[in-house]
Design a protein around this ligand. Sequence first.
Ligand code: C2E
Ligand code: MG
Ligand code: MG
Length: 700
Amino acid sequence: MSPLRVLLVEDSEDDALLLLLQLKRSGQQVQHMRVDTADAMRTALQQQWDVVISDFTMPRFSGEAALEIFREVGLVCPFIIVTGTIGEESAVALMKKGVSDFVLKTNLPRLPGVVERELRESQLRREKRSAEEALRISEERYKLAMQAANDGLWDWNIRDHFVYYSPRWKAMIGYGEDEISSSPNEWYDRLHPDEREQFRARLITYFKRLTPLFELEHRVNIKDGSYRWKMTRGLALYDENGRAYRMAGSQTDVTERKRTEEQLLHDAFHDGLTGLPNRALFTDLLGFSLEHRQRNASYLSAVLFINLERFRFVNDSFGHRIGDQYLIEVAERLRAILRPGDAAARFAGDEFAILMDDVREPSEVTRFAETLQSVIAKPLGLGGHEFFPGCCIGIVFNSTDYRAPEDMLRDADTAMHRAKKKGVTKFEVFNRDMHASAVTTLQLEHDLRRATERREFILYYQPIVDLRCGRLASFEALIRWMHPSGRMVSPIEFIPLAEELGLINQIGRQVLEMACRQIVEWQQRQPGYAPIPVSVNLSGKQLGQPGLVEEIEQIIAETGLNAPSLKLEITETMLMENPEIASEILSRLRAKNIKVLMDDFGTGYSSLSYLHRFPSDTLKIDGSFVSRMTESRDGREIVRTIILLAHNLGMTVIAECVETEEHVALLREYGCDYAQGYYFGKPLPADLTAELIQSNPTWD
Ligand code: C2E
Ligand code: MG
Ligand code: MG
């Protein structure tokens, strides 16, 4: 046990010894110092003491003065006064000043007990004081943490209905320190109405201790009127009855994360380019519509499956930037004419779909399809080019008891392909027969791929006659597909499919090779004759093929052909649709001595005014105009005018589908240069063509 450190304030050495004797009686070791002046007292107090025992009256000092100095220093040890007598009043006054106890000189044996008790109490006081200190420090730290934390903090006194909101909590919703009271309503009233109920419910389940933590993401109305997403977390303290009486927690701003999540969700169901719903979302919507139909038999809805014509061409020839803008514009046009409640979607590439909900009668849908087509077809200016978009539409009504949206989409797709083939109105309503024909198309697709690989195509040649002298002038090469079944398939059937499947470039190359080789062979067989040119049809899609001109050059070089013997036919529609790229290719071909003629003239956008822009010197009047010559005066006038105009522009004119003597007579009258058609001869296989050349025919 360490010795008791005692400071004695005592003028008499003997009295001091007496006191010490008393203290040591119980075997306590004592270490002491005696002082009897203020100065000595001050010096002594620079050390640590366990107890101060002071005489009350001294010649040069006093117990009261000693107490004063003791208080100044701020010691916490007991201060005991030993005195002969003391009045009750002054004793009370001294105790108020901090005296721990009094011991009468007549009762000195009490001293050890008093000292011991006072030491104990002082120890308790010290402990209490340091506990208080610790509390104060920790509270201050907590306060600091609250102010510094990035999260807002709150501390809710549930019994007394007030909430401590940290400055950060207030700042996070746009308010200053003094702008928010400590009412729980400051919080509750700012919750988004959509989440208030959830907030309450969560709180209740937490208070019932069904969840380990209160946690909720919710929106809070902030000062500028907008809402921000917050994540609130909290923990409660429970009283002995299991009631929560205090709850504290944090509030984190999660707005950015929420936005990202919402964006991701949006992206998963929308097309990034046009912002329209994507196939997934559309299929969902269609699913709802079908369910509705299950409950309400009179409910009619329709799906329009839309395919843009020639989009791939635009994209390939003008680049993706123009292609993208093209799609965005089309999407805008679709949006603009939707009835309220209908949905438009982009499926892929050039495929769009519209769901028309709650249709009164089928004609409402077909009328809409007509409007849609005329809206889509408006000229479209992009990057200095002018485009003429077009679309085919497949329509399917939900009346045929569809269960799955996919089935309805499949049939809409089938109807769309049917519409594509039709050419004129370009929309088609699905019917049951189409299903069978869709299967046939699928088969054809497969066969066509194989045919391209195995080179199952051959060329037929149709004579073109000089109308002035009736002599054979050239041939047009026309492709035929010898299907393994023995059937000869017409190009009208498979060329559009080949274009769609992306096989056309390969097929086009095969045709060019065959034609060039054939011309060379004929020329070699009869070297004496002037070479007879052959014209080869080029699909508009091929114009978009990179390196087309180089490929043609390469084929010519490989086959050893004399370039002027090859001509290319490109339809007017294709030329007009992509004037820039077409004129560029035409000029480059012309520079290589390969002529291009404009096929099917008159079926396009009647672009007589555009004619001079093309470096083409021959046009072929479409067969339909030739046929109509004999039907009406107008029919004749059209052909006459085309010929006149072309001649004025310095162009040569060929008429196709010339079938009768009357046709020939009229064309001659109008000054048409060349003619082609069954009247002069049907397309013939190569061997029969060779015989024809040899017979050196003339027609009159
Ligand atoms: P086109 O280039 O306008 O060819 C003329 C079409 O009219 C040919 O049909 C020909 O057989 C037909 N025809 C010729 N004379 C008469 C007639 O007096 N009366 C009638 N009613 N028809 C006549 P074909 O061979 O079925 O070709 C159809 C279309 O297929 C061609 O139209 C052309 O656009 C395309 N085509 C043909 N061969 C090829 C080819 O090798 N490549 C590409 N890309 N397309 C081709
Ligand atoms: Mg042709
Ligand atoms: Mg033609």
